[in-house]
Design a protein around this ligand. Structure first.
Ligand code: AMP
Length: 281
């Protein structure tokens, strides 16, 4: 496994593989790798000739008040995990190479970034769309793998790839959870034992909402209220029930439904979601 630090070198590596007719799978990450990330790498290794994983804590998707400086950085351990998964190249660009003095170009995906995380973190998707564009231009993947854990991010990337003609297949994979249901996240490392126990309320509330839908409930307000009830010990940022592609509110729970939560547990902002396919009456 090779570690590559510059976009020029990354592109040259990928072109050489493409010339040999090889397909390239790509898994973008911010490092502090856990089983959620590794599940994406393993499926990428199964379905492509070569696989690149990127490790880059992207400053443009953090607001000045957020955790860019304290975000966990575990590069040596991450490299070993990538290698164990069968990844062929780790792309770990430097921030100064990605955003040199005078950097001025950003990618904005409109409308589907207005709600959920886009509303509470207005800078966030501009940073994500910009860095993913730059990573795609360096790695030149045929397929790129993202986790449903960040469902709005998946919708944003799919829309960007479609709108800007990237010609890259976006593969969304299920959320990997701890045994008790907590969605794996690099930010779980911030949680105290007490917060870790409180954080379980997110996945439990989503499961309860799913049961309500399965038993026939179709009123979004009643489902949102039930979820909020179960989150009464933590500080909710949002609970929203939206169309999973357009990220717009639903009058009725039907179609491709995304139920998404963001909440503060201690000082840590956690997100989780479920998707439900509900046939239209
Ligand atoms: P991050 O390092 O948090 O930027 O995440 C990199 C990729 O891993 C994104 O596509 C995430 O959606 C995905 N990911 C993060 N946590 C999980 C998880 N628990 N299960 C599946 N994918 C995940």
């Amino acid at each position: 496994m090779i570690v590559i630090e510059s976009a020029a070198e990354m592109r040259a590596w990928s072109w050489a593989r493409k010339k040999d007719g090889k397909t390239i799978g790509f898994v973008p990450t911010m490092g502090a790798l856990h089983e959620g990330h590794l599940s994406l790498m393993r499926v990428a290794v199964r379905n492509n000739d070569v696989v690149v994983a990127s490790i880059f804590v992207n400053p443009t998707q953090f607001a000045p008040t957020e955790d860019f400086n304290t975000y966990p950085r575990t590069f040596e351990a991450d490299k070993a995990k990538c290698e164990a998964c069968g990844v062929h190249a780790v792309y770990a660009p430097r921030a100064s190479g990605m955003y040199p003095q005078g950097y001025a170009t950003y990618v904005n995906v409109e409308r589907i970034t207005d709600r959920l995380c886009g509303k509470s973190r207005p800078h966030f998707f501009r940073g994500v769309a910009t860095v993913v564009t730059k990573l795609f231009n360096a790695v030149l993947p045929d397929r790129a793998y993202f986790g449903q854990k960040d469902a709005q991010q998946c919708a944003v990337i799919r829309r960007m790839v479609r709108d800007l003609d990237f010609g890259i297949e976006i593969v969304e994979r299920p959320t990997v959870r701890e045994e008790d249901g907590l969605a794996m996240s690099s930010r779980n490392a911030y949680l105290s034992a007490e917060d870790r126990a409180k954080a379980l309320a997110l996945s439990k509330a989503l499961e309860a909402a799913k049961d309500l839908v399965v038993s026939g409930e179709r009123d979004p307000m009643r489902i949102i209220a039930a979820v909020r009830n179960r989150l009464d010990t933590i500080d909710i940022d949002y609970v929203e029930l939206v169309d999973a592609e357009e990220i717009t509110p639903l009058d009725k729970v039907e179609g491709n439904v995304l139920l998404a939560i963001a909440a503060w547990v201690g000082g840590t902002r956690l997100i989780d979601n479920i998707k439900l396919e509900v046939s239209r009456q």
